[in-house]
Design a protein around this ligand. Structure first.
Ligand SMILES: O=P(O)(O)OC[C@H]1O[C@H](O[C@H]2O[C@H](CO)[C@@H](O)[C@H](O)[C@H]2O)[C@H](O)[C@@H](O)[C@@H]1O
Length: 247
């Protein structure tokens, strides 16, 4: 359920982890790294790779990154940590050893890619081409938000796809791409099964993760501000997330 109220800080992570068996699901952009003007302009804290691996060890391997980025893109930015990962808004999942979970998702049809490229070029919008999706970024052209969203929505309807709306971005993805579905899938597997899930994220797409975690007896932690939200707790920004996680 989405609620509108002032959210408290989450309980201390070490207190939670010592009193019960928890799993952590962490969004990436806006949660582990500050947002930047462009997808490639993010600045990743030194040693994040190793610190995430140590956190995962402390949790018995029950740590997963759940991002809208594709897994290879995440790996390009943070190395290839021995941490479970879900990319492309949950469509593509790997265990900590890099082994894939489920079949490789399909790429979008070439016709759709071509139409997106043409639209982005005609409006001078940044197009991020991903293995399983297309993201139109309007952070540097905010006046084009509605036009970009309408274009993506119409194309999604015509081609049986769906859109994800995030911070200054609208993305076209296959139906079923959903961070909540990724949480449910991980929670069926060892070492996550039977634990209490906690999902930490900043964006609209993270609401599915918050709801999924809450539905399995856990909770969500919203990074930044949004009302309403399905999260139960809040942290101010990625720096506060790092502090809470003890990274
Ligand atoms: O689920 P996430 O890990 O939060 O990924 C969501 C999208 O993040 C990236 O875009 C966002 O971050 C960019 C860099 O800070 C920023 O320029 C953009 O405005 C944000 O929307 C990424 O580029 C997308 O592919 C992800 O889906």
């Amino acid at each position: 359920m989405l609620v509108s109220r002032v959210l408290p800080d989450p309980p201390r992570l070490d207190a939670l982890a010592s009193s019960e068996t928890i799993s952590l699901f962490l969004d990436f952009d806006g949660t582990l790294v500050d947002l930047a003007e462009r997808p490639d302009a993010i600045s990743v804290a030194e040693g994040l790779h190793t610190r995430l691996e140590k956190l995962s060890d402390r949790l018995g391997g029950r740590l997963a990154l759940v991002s809208g980025r594709a897994v290879p893109d995440l790996d390009r930015h943070i190395g290839q940590p021995k941490v479970a990962r879900a990319g492309s808004h949950g469509l593509a999942m790997t265990m900590a050893d890099g082994g894939p979970i489920g079949p490789e998702p399909a790429a979008l049809a070439p016709d759709v890619v071509r139409l997106f490229r043409d639209f982005a070029a005609s409006r001078k919008l940044l197009l991020e081409e991903k293995p399983h999706g297309l993201a139109l970024h309007f952070r540097m052209a905010p006046l084009l938000e509605d036009e970009a969203a309408d274009f993506a929505r119409n194309l999604a309807n015509e081609h049986g796809l769906e859109i994800k709306t995030g911070k200054s971005v609208v993305e076209l993805v296959a139906r079923g791409a959903n961070k909540g579905a990724a949480v449910h899938a991980f929670m069926q597997l060892s070492p996550f099964a039977g634990s209490r899930p906690i999902f930490v994220g900043d964006d609209m797409t993270d609401e599915d993760g918050f709801s999924a975690a809450a539905g399995i007896g856990g909770f969500g932690v919203l990074v930044g501000e949004r009302h309403p939200t399905a999260a139960a707790y809040r942290l101010a920004d990625p720096a506060a997330v790092h502090e809470w996680l003890g990274l």
